[in-house]
Design a protein around this ligand. Structure first.
Ligand code: PMP
Length: 356
């Protein structure tokens, strides 16, 4: 590099590592189970709405995203002034942290969890504080214990990516009661639709410091559109919208999101979610019966702790045409169709006696 200096705070900033995609010319791939996407493309009504929106591509979208925020408000049953939207929940996470921290503030999150939390802290000149999981789940006592006067944000990934563990509202209530009111608790509910008895929105009335972050990428099956939303205190949400890049969701994605939030499409998404939840049970049972250790999951993926065998098992899957995600000391496998399950079981090595 020449004379330019990278900002000091970005030292050690990790790159975002996405799940593997098929490489160019790799047509043999049977199953893409590395990125927690749903296996089915969007319904025709959603695609048609986006095609229509292309006719208006010479215009900027509504900068306030009023119609989209209203549709989300109706979907979640909360007023639209408590909703912020962005091009993916990842962007929201960064900007929510940005609204709440000063340089040197601390942001607490679990590890292994969604790796972007660390980036969101560093990008905003805050100090990332990672608290190890306990038995694959957030160690809520340790996270509470990590709170100092400098802590401004605690992020709970619920269900957790990559392990799939989830806390029920009852469990989170106990935790929230012990968190100071001026510390924000972000509940990242990217996978909430696949879980039971988890719904951060119900915790917000008693705990105004709770902010719920969700996405259309997972249960709604629109990862390629990049639409996420957050629900929280209206003033915080207003600042999140002000801090975010203007016009950051493109008009085509807005049209797709609006179509996805109609009652028909929400019903379709619920049917798809139900079938994935069913398949999760089938896959978990099948893997366990073959000797694999599988963490009980509340999301659309399962986690197999493998320690040192992680890379070799992931490579063996890839050689068998199945892309999985090596992460956090194991492989994370997206749950998809029954066919995906078959491909995965065909690609995994056969265990002799015990899991490697
Ligand atoms: N949170 C978690 C826990 C995730 O796993 C992901 C996607 N991998 C996201 C947020 C980001 O989702 P998106 O930006 O597509 O809304």
């Amino acid at each position: 590099m020449g004379s330019l200096r990278i900002a000091h705070r970005l030292e050690g900033l990790p790159p975002y590592v996405p799940g593997r995609r098929p490489e160019a010319g790799e047509t043999r791939r049977q199953a893409r189970l590395a990125s927690n996407e749903v296996p089915w493309p969007p319904q025709a009504a959603i695609v048609d709405a986006m095609k229509d929106a292309l006719e208006h591509a010479h215009r900027y979208p509504d900068m306030q995203y009023a119609e989209l925020r209203d549709a989300i408000a109706a979907h979640v049953g909360r007023p639209s002034d408590r909703i912020a939207v962005a091009n993916g929940s990842t962007a929201l996470l960064r900007d929510i942290v940005g609204v709440l921290v000063e340089a040197g503030s601390e942001v607490i999150f679990a590890e292994p969890s969604f790796p972007y939390y660390r980036t969101a802290a560093i990008a905003n000149s805050a100090v990332p504080i990672a608290v190890p999981l306990l038995a694959y789940a957030h160690d809520l006592d340790a996270m509470r214990g990590a709170i100092t006067p400098r802590t401004r944000v605690v992020i709970i990934c619920n269900p957790n990516n990559p392990t799939g563990t989830a806390y029920t509202n009852a469990e989170l209530k106990e935790f929230l009661a012990r968190v100071p009111e001026d510390v924000a608790v972000i509940l990242d509910e990217a996978y909430v639709e696949f879980a039971r008895d988890v719904n951060g929105l119900e915790l917000m009335d008693d705990h105004p410091n709770v902010i719920v972050v969700r996405t259309l990428s997972k249960a709604h099956g629109l990862a390629g559109l990049r639409v996420g939303y957050a629900i929280g205190d209206s003033e915080v949400m207003s600042y999140v919208s002000r801090l975010g890049v203007p016009f950051r969701i493109d008009g085509v994605a807005v049209a797709g999101a609006l179509a996805a939030l109609t009652p028909e499409q929400v019903a379709e998404s619920r049917r798809r979610v139900a079938s994935i939840v069913e398949e999760r049970a089938v896959l978990t049972t099948a893997l366990r019966s073959r000797g694999w250790n599988v963490v009980e999951s509340a999301a659309n993926f399962v986690f197999l702790p493998l320690g040192e065998s992680t890379a070799s098992v992931a490579a063996e899957c890839a050689a068998g045409g199945v892309l999985v995600r090596p992460i956090g000391g194991g492989i994370r496998v997206t749950v998809g169709s029954p066919q995906d399950t078959e491909h995965l079981l065909g690609a995994l090595p056969v265990l002799a006696n015990e899991p490697p």
